[in-house]
Design a protein around this ligand. Structure first.
Ligand SMILES: [Zn+2]
Length: 329
């Protein structure tokens, strides 16, 4: 093998030179052949940018492949249509990796966490999910620093990080969530498949009710952060419009679950939506708004870091454009 011979000649020349140097004893010819160890896949777990006078950090709460997107996305469509869309976008048709991406907004006065990830009992169990508690420190935060925890809706992958070891993870925080969503999950309507979600809600969110502010659409979390109705995914699902010094970001919670399929066909039903028709209408309305306003989006289930923009396509669908540097200027 000519290549190996060449390496050998280089090696002999190199060790010959080293023999005369004071470092020769520390370098054996063997070390020149040592291979770097395989380290495994590595991905970033936090991402930070400025939004006017605010600083925004997104944190990865999970790294998990799930079966799909069909029929989780497009349960009202032919499987072949969803599979073909995946192939057209160079994606596998049988596996996908949604982001699970809580967001921290530091307003300079308060540190606000939007959704808490899976925690110990969420949709993606540990070790694949429930990372927020462990990922705060590498991102530069402690749980004690968090002043407000905003819950977009009551699903386990959004409320699961509220408690850790049976105690509130954020000891100094007050909570903010939608009044309609709270009444649904704390009430007796969730039955069947929804009953386990309601049980988690009763364990994790209801005990904090006396420290919770209940919003209706249009209400403010604080000046510059306003709730918007995004009903359908859950009965009281809220999105949030965040603005500082003329810069704007929409946290849309669970308006989309696949960065290609949900965007290309907002009419395709999402199996996680409690009201699938209303969820589809909300999705279309949200995509239309953020595409028209050309506004940045923090999108919980888009691939990490889950920040991007939405482009309207000529065929009536939409396309997710991941953030590159627009917000860093
Ligand atoms: Zn979710």
């Amino acid at each position: 093998m000519p290549h190996l011979d060449l390496s050998r000649r280089h090696l002999i020349a190199a060790t010959g030179a080293l023999a005369a140097s004071p470092f020769a004893a520390a370098v054996s010819p063997r070390s020149a052949f040592a291979k770097a160890p395989m380290l495994g896949r590595a991905e970033p777990t936090h991402y930070r940018f400025k939004l006017g006078g605010f600083e925004v950090t997104t944190i990865a709460d999970a790294d998990a492949f799930i079966d799909g997107p069909w029929p989780l996305i497009g349960s009202n469509a032919e499987q072949e249509a969803v599979d073909q869309l995946m192939r057209d976008n160079l994606l596998p048709a049988d596996k996908y990796r949604p982001g699970f991406t809580p967001m921290l907004v530091n307003t300079g006065k308060e540190l606000i966490l939007f959704d808490t990830g899976n925690g110990e009992r969420g949709f993606v169990p540990r070790p694949q999910g429930g990372w927020l508690a462990a990922q705060l420190a590498p991102a530069g935060f402690t749980p004690e620093q968090i002043d407000i925890v905003v819950l977009s809706h009551g699903h386990p992958d959004h409320i699961g990080g509220v408690m850790e070891n049976g105690k509130p993870l954020f000891p100094k925080a007050r909570y903010v969530t939608g009044a309609v969503d709270y009444d649904f999950w704390a009430g007796d309507k969730p039955t069947g498949d929804l009953a386990p979600f309601a049980a988690l809600y009763r364990d994790y969110v209801v005990p904090g009710a006396d420290k919770t502010t209940f919003l209706k659409p249009g209400d403010e979390v604080m000046p510059g952060i306003r709730a918007m109705a995004a009903y359908g995914h859950t009965p009281g699902h809220l999105a949030f419009d965040i603005e500082s010094d003329g810069k704007r970001l929409v946290f849309w919670g669970d308006c989309a679950h696949h960065h290609v399929a949900s965007l290309a066909r907002p009419d395709w039903h999402c199996v996680f939506d409690v009201d699938k028709e209303q969820g589809a209408k909300t999705r279309s309305r949200m995509f239309d708004m953020v595409a028209t306003d050309r506004v940045a989006v923090s999108a919980f289930h888009m691939p990490f870091p889950s920040i991007g923009y939405v482009e309207r396509r000529k065929d009536g669908g939409y396309r997710w454009i991941p953030h590159s540097y627009q917000l860093d200027l």
